[in-house]
Design a binder for this molecule. Sequence first.
Ligand SMILES: [Zn+2]
Length: 112
Amino acid sequence: MSASEQIRGSVLDITARVECGGCGGHFRVNIDPAGKTPEGWTIFDKAVDAVRGGDAVRINLSGQANPKSCDDGSSSVQHGWLLCGACTRKVDDAVEEDRNATAAEIERALEV
Ligand SMILES: [Zn+2]
């Protein structure tokens, strides 16, 4: 596609399926198709940013090899861990102060 090619129609949804670094369950996040992409970013970077944005969506994985699905909730990225809503809650509950958890606190909270 050339830059001058005219596009008719719209990209309405882009979703990423994510494996939680804590529990191994899967969830989806929505990537804003109209959002600006910082220079040098890949679609992976945009997916990680969407996990950081926190709108994890439960997915139906019935009939697949790994049927475990995470609940809806506020996902997060903490010390490089992509976390589903449930794992984010566990880590947030373990750290009472308003700050990011340390790597050791994350491992302790998630019992990994
Ligand atoms: Zn999880």
